[in-house]
Design a protein around this ligand. Structure first.
Ligand code: NI
Length: 173
């Protein structure tokens, strides 16, 4: 298990459609382990494969917020939304690829996700609250969509300019 480097927006890999995973291989298992470790280390509640430069349809999440509660690490391969509620929910979203920037995004309040698990079986589960927000945010990543793509062009450009500056500063060391 090792930590992977998280790509920072703007990066062309964060704007691409990811490929379906044909089957669960030891490589996919290792990737999932690394992604969970990287997510907890960040710390974050979700991380998608393209954020670590792997263009495959897989994301991890754990939206357990109570630090006293037991962790619930989840790995979703080839995830899809089987159903979403008409009820909407607005959440102040952030992203590990867009550090320290937050903005309100409105999405369906509840979603039923279907995915392939590391056990090779199909899973289905309903999510609400932060879990629902997180699942939709991460699924977006697999389609090359960032949370800032849900904002106005002006807000998106403002945040992108800050990220360009941040990357320049980091490159300088
Ligand atoms: Ni994100």
């Amino acid at each position: 298990m090792s930590l992977r480097q998280i790509l920072i927006h703007p990066d062309p890999r964060l704007k691409k459609m990811c490929e379906s995973v044909a089957r669960v291989t030891p490589e996919i298992e290792a990737l999932a382990d690394d992604m969970l470790a990287t997510m907890y280390d960040a710390p974050g509640v979700g991380l998608a494969a393209p954020q670590v430069g792997v263009m495959s349809r897989i994301f991890v999440m754990d939206a357990t917020r109570d630090p006293e509660a037991e962790r619930r690490p989840m790995v979703l391969i080839n995830p899809e939304i089987a159903w979403s509620s008409d009820d909407l929910n607005t959440y102040d979203e952030g992203c590990l690829s867009i550090p320290d920037q937050y903005a309100d995004v409105t999405r369906p309040a509840e979603v039923r996700m279907r995915w392939l698990g590391l056990d090779g079986k199909t899973h289905e589960e309903d999510f609400d609250g932060l879990w629902a927000t997180c699942a939709q945010h991460e699924l977006d990543h697999l389609n090359g969509i960032l949370f800032i793509d849900h904002l106005s062009a002006i807000k998106r450009q403002m945040i992108t300019r800050k990220m360009v500056k941040l990357k320049r500063e980091r490159a300088r060391g």
